[in-house]
Design a protein. Structure first.
Length: 99
């Protein structure tokens, strides 16, 4: 265990250069790497926003379709004298009960 700690202590000064920050981390705003990362972030946000927008639009469309269907049905239905739900197309139709 002591040898491993001694080895790491001796190796640390040698590897300290490779642990340095990249140009983006230093703050070089005009580097091509920074421009590429900004473009990639914009594309990822655009795709995510587009997919979430399509999902939201789908649910809004289904909600409007449901409301339109409900309003159409409520204008075509009524409850007769016996408490049975009927449509206006059935109004005046006589049913025969042949038992």
């Amino acid at each position: 265990m002591k040898r491993a700690i001694l080895f790491l202590c001796c190796l640390t000064p040698v590897l300290i250069h490779s642990a340095g920050a990249c140009p983006v981390c230093y703050g070089a705003n005009d580097s091509p790497m920074n421009a590429g990362m900004n473009t990639a972030l914009g594309v990822m946000l655009g795709i995510t926003g587009g997919v979430l927008g399509f999902i939201a639009a789908f649910f809004v469309m289904m909600w409007k379709r449901y409301r339109r269907q409900r309003e159409r049905l409520s204008g075509q239905t009524f409850i007769d004298d016996h408490g049975v739900l009927r449509t206006k197309h059935e109004k005046g139709v006589m049913e025969w009960n042949n038992f």
